[in-house]
Write a protein that binds this ligand. Structure first.
Ligand code: T4K
Length: 377
């Protein structure tokens, strides 16, 4: 076996344990565990400053961030989303009685194709959720133009994109709002957590109320809400991880470079690149097998697992092929040829602060040698 311990996609990036302990001591001293505690407020201010947005409303996870943002934007009827995303993007709509309508992606970028999105607009469409898949910016200008032309709300699922930018502007400030995930497997984690970020004061206020049952004041509820609050201990994790973000970035970039060097001249796969090779979170190492070997994708993943490399097939087979959508919309796939192509040839490889550049080199060389051997069969 190549590695004695498993190498994962999504092993948590961890900041300073001693600083985390110090912050937790403070939580015990104050006896203040949740409900807009001082660490949550500090984290919100620091994230808003980092992203250059007016408001950061932290919540318990990225899914509840989506649900609250969808509610606060007043989305109803049908909302257009890419099928090639994590299932939470679709579920957050369905959970609230809204129909997710699946658009196709661009084969090169893996992000939603605005022309496909346009083709699904009906009188029932109330909005579009663009996803910055793998942290690479969705076509924000094109989607904004589409939303403006048809009077639709535009929300971005930026679960993968914390710390990334587009055209010199941090992701987090596009559309009416964006949502973030701070799940353990994300580049920046708060154990579990998430946030809604926006420059819209009214929307921010609404989402703040919604995450706390709709309470405006003691004994005063102004509309239906939920319990989506982030706890102090999660915020403590966020604060220490924010301080280590430069290290997380640097390691991911080194790892990406290491994979890039091995894969550079390969005819059997393409490594997805980021806009900037020297900035951004580089949290996903995504390879796309060439058509000549893509039929061996699952075999490659199995071979990697036998070497203790826990590669993933994200986001196969596409949301439209998962329940309940598969039964509800059995013919959705007809309009999603690029989703099918990409979902069948992608493999996501380990990175993160627990993976070293030399591990990446060895994984990369193993991948190429396996692909060569399949091609020769
Ligand atoms: N929108 C998008 C586009 C998303 O990708 C996500 C979440 C969301 C919205 C919703 O955000 P959250 O509600 O989750 O905040 C994972 C994550 O659970 C999920 O957060 C993430 N996207 C998705 C892409 O990946 P799984 O099922 O692949 O994760 P899991 O549990 O298999 O973990 C991956 C690997 O990480 C494991 O092999 C082991 C390792 N790991 C995991 C955890 C939790 C650790 O080493 N330590 C840990 O604590 O979904």
């Amino acid at each position: 076996m190549m590695f004695p311990e498993p190498l994962h996609v999504g092993r948590p990036n961890l900041g300073s344990r001693s600083e985390f302990d110090r912050l937790v001591d403070g939580i015990f001293e104050r006896d203040w565990l949740t409900n807009a505690g001082p660490l949550v407020l500090d984290l919100e201010r620091r994230i808003a400053d980092f992203l250059g947005v007016r408001h950061c409303v932290t919540v318990a996870n990225g899914t509840i961030a989506l649900e609250i943002a969808i509610r606060a934007l007043g989305l109803t009827g049908e909302v257009i989303v890419p099928s090639y995303t994590f299932i939470a993007t679709a579920h957050a709509l369905h959970w609230q009685g809204i129909t997710p309508v699946f658009a196709d992606i661009d084969e090169q970028t893996h992000n939603i194709d605005p022309e496909s999105a346009r083709s699904f607009i009906t009188p029932k469409t109330s909005g579009i959720i663009g996803v910055h898949l793998w942290g690479r910016p969705a076509p924000v200008q094109e989607l904004q133009a589409l939303a403006d032309a048809y009077g639709l709300e535009l929300l971005f699922d930026a679960a993968h994109a914390f710390g990334n930018s587009h055209g010199g502007r941090m992701i987090g400030s596009f559309g009416r709002a964006e949502i973030l995930s701070f799940h353990a497997t994300k580049f920046f984690n708060t154990f579990e957590g998430g946030a809604i970020v926006t420059n819209d004061d009214d929307l921010a206020e609404q989402t703040r109320l919604m995450r706390n049952f709709g309470f405006e004041d003691f004994d005063k509820v102004v509309f239906p809400g939920t319990n989506g609050k982030m706890t102090e201990v999660c915020a403590a994790m966020g604060l220490v991880n924010l301080d280590s973000m430069d290290f997380f970035c640097a390691r991911n970039i080194e790892n990406h470079l290491s994979y890039s060097q091995v894969f550079e001249a390969s005819q059997t796969l393409r490594l997805c690149q980021y806009d900037s090779p020297v900035a951004g979170n580089h949290q996903y190492v995504v390879v796309e097998l060439s058509p000549a070997v893509s039929e061996y994708r699952d075999r490659l993943v199995a071979d990697l697992h036998s070497e203790n490399v826990r590669a993933r097939r994200y986001f196969w087979p596409g949301c439209h092929n998962m329940e309940p959508y598969k039964s509800l919309f059995p013919h959705a796939g007809v309009h999603l040829p690029n989703t099918a192509l990409v979902a069948e040839r992608v493999v996501v490889l380990p990175t993160g602060s627990s993976v070293k550049p030399d591990d990446c080199r060895r994984i990369g060389e193993f991948v190429l040698s396996r692909l060569d051997s399949y091609a020769a069969m």
